[in-house]
Design a protein around this ligand. Sequence first.
Ligand code: SF4
Length: 309
Amino acid sequence: MVNFQIPFEMLKSVKKVGIQLPDGLKRHAFEIAREIESRGFEVLISGETSFGACDVDTSILEEVDCLLHFAHTPILNIDRVIYVPYFIDYDPKIEIEVPERKIALISTAQYVHKLNEVAEWLRKKGYNVEVRAGSGRVRYPGQVLGCNYSVLRQSEAEAVVFIGDGLFHAIGAAIYTKKKVYAFNPINRELQEVDAEDFIRKRYFVVSKCAGKDKVGIIVSSKPGQKRIEVARRLKEEGEKKGIKAHIIYLNNVRPEELYNLSYDFYVNTACPRISYDDLERFEMPVITPQEFEFLIGKRNDIGLDEIL
Ligand code: SF4
């Protein structure tokens, strides 16, 4: 079983506990529920999605005294919701050789707890290492989210080293900083240099498919940490000034099947940026970011990177 530190000390006046896990960890719901039940609590398991700390199942709070939201660091302050982080252990002595001497370290919620130890190790190897605090929804110095790279905003480093799995955040950092980015996977211990060009090319291609189209659906998610209704209203107004007919579409999970029966030429997604970026191939019609829409209507010079600050 994954070793979650269930904060029983915070459950003193509680009888009914809800638990919410991301899909990749839902298989552990049984053991977690059993452990909580063994202490005399009633447990309800949320079957809803949990894509990030922004995606909290507030509806289950009608049935329980508190909700344990697992595997994400806190970004929302919701009464009776307790975030239970999930940290993956790894050796901070990372063997990397990069030509740049001044580097910024970044990581995701699962690996960020050892970033200071990694920094100390790299300093001993002669690197000048930054681990900066961010703003808004990031909790730890050096932490990035798919929707927040603020830890790199003031960076003076020549290159960025991302510690974590997958390349999405590393590509995001490359677009955000326009600097060289390396991705180090602390589990298989491999280092890769990141090339964001292909990603950027694909984004411009998607935006080009929206040119000349005049019916846009602007998507707003009702998830508490993804809801950008004011952004949607502003984009609707700006689009309409350019002769584009726009409507706001309000839903919870932004999935292709939710859009099948609608008849818009393309969509602007104001919910999690990863939906526009990761799920590109899954949607029948183009789905672009707010910044890409602004580029399309001539309000900015590049497609930028979508962030929720
Ligand atoms: S909006 Fe997306 S990237 Fe940001 S915290 Fe939520 S799931 Fe993660």
